[in-house]
Design a protein around this ligand. Sequence first.
Ligand SMILES: Cc1cc2nc3c(=O)[nH]c(=O)nc-3n(C[C@H](O)[C@H](O)[C@H](O)COP(=O)(O)OP(=O)(O)OC[C@H]3O[C@@H](n4cnc5c(N)ncnc54)[C@H](O)[C@@H]3O)c2cc1C
Length: 483
Amino acid sequence: MKRSFSNSPYLLNQEANLSSISAHRPNGNSNSNVNNNDSNSINDLRLDALRPLNRRQFIGAGLATGAVMSSMAMTGCGTSTTFQENPNVVVVGAGIAGLAVANRLSRQLPNATLTILDSRKVHYYQPGYTLLATGVWKSADKVIDSNADLMPAGINWVQENAREFLPDSNQVVTDSGKKLNYDYLVIATGLRLGFESIEGLNLADLGTDGIGSVYPSPEIALKTWQQMDAFRQKGGRAVMTLAHTDMKCAGAPLKMTFMLHDRLIQAGTRADSDIQFFSPHKTVFSVPAVNENILSRWAAYDPAIGANFEQHLTAIDKSAKVAYFTNKNGKQSRQDYDFIHIVPAMFAVDSVLNSPLANDKGWLDVDKYTLQHKRYDNIFGAGDINGTPKGKTAATVKLSAPIVTTNLIDVIQGNAPSQKFDGYTSCPLLIEEGKAMLVEFDYENNLTPSVPLVDPLKESYFAWFLEEMMLKPAYMAVAKGRV
Ligand SMILES: Cc1cc2nc3c(=O)[nH]c(=O)nc-3n(C[C@H](O)[C@H](O)[C@H](O)COP(=O)(O)OP(=O)(O)OC[C@H]3O[C@@H](n4cnc5c(N)ncnc54)[C@H](O)[C@@H]3O)c2cc1C
């Protein structure tokens, strides 16, 4: 392990521009262009919570709230520990994963110097994109918040991205060329969407002319709904896709497919429409029990949703409205569409991919249980950047951020990491408007239901209610390190 125990909070090279480093104070740096919707969501929750619930659902909601509360009690702030040394910890990325770890560290390591790097001032609640792209939520404001409001007090926020990792000298180089020294590093950069690997497609095409994607941004999610809404007026042929790489929220393309089916039924055009789903794998979802459940639902619909395997989208001809898929032997097939949902390939961000920290697929090379880097034991990974077999979801962060924090503190104390992550992932899978399945699983594909009385393979209003009303407040609590 390479470490340099400096007493300096953050050492910059001579070109360092100190003005872009701010000692952050909560609520002191709000971006006026940003709407903080937390309170709106909670008000919505209060207003809507009781209206549609029957008694059984109401009991379930109470149990879920209890589960959240007990989970908060178990994994909340914990006791703070005062260390002799003053470790210098740098967190790269201020998405839910970086924030969750930074907030926990700020409480549990009061003597540490904490620095976070991220050029982005806006915080995106990405799980809400699915609700925007299917017409459930109407405003992008619901998914846009301010990172300043989520940062721990006293953290040094360097409003730049990391360009290069130099783990042998314990340094991170920022976009402007500053070198930041660290004793311990947490990498939480999320991932990169690779739309460029689809020939003939430009980002500007998304949300136009029958082309949609739930992934890139709130604005494109809203435009995707406009395309879906226009398509369902007449119906036609819909082509739904899946990435051939590891991807975040592998349930989102399935939610888009189920909701498209339902929106067509609502518009009275389902009988005139053909929905075809193309998967690069032999399945549409990696957990066998869930995969079988989905496929049998699709087969039972009239008309059925077609499932096509081992093909991925490689090119598109927008003017002819034709998509080209390639199978594992390199053979291309041609698919006409009136509406297409595009799921891009997903990759590690370049600064990790091109660093000594990457595994053979470019992701951060961490141990899947301890989330510690396999070669540099002063480095941990959190969130989507991790090269773990599963779990690019916010739900994974909820369970793994406390483990990363504890294991990092173990290492700072000179011990081996004590906690093991089991790969928990969860996804409220939308089946139709007002119904979802609450699917939870681990590295071994075991279903791991956490809410009593909720069958993970049966749709319920309760699971829909969780997705629409409770997920955002829970997400924010995770980002603040409280759940
Ligand atoms: C459409 C959609 C639906 C989803 N649905 C669900 C769901 O239902 N349930 C669920 O649990 N999860 C869901 N997710 C997944 C969830 O949103 C992600 O897994 C989660 O946001 C990952 O958190 P993260 O912090 O790792 O990455 P992100 O939230 O993507 O944040 C990464 C941060 O790192 C910053 N960054 C990037 N590069 C650098 C760099 N070089 N230097 C410094 N900073 C950098 C970025 O600016 C960003 O702020 C969904 C995602 C999408 C897109």
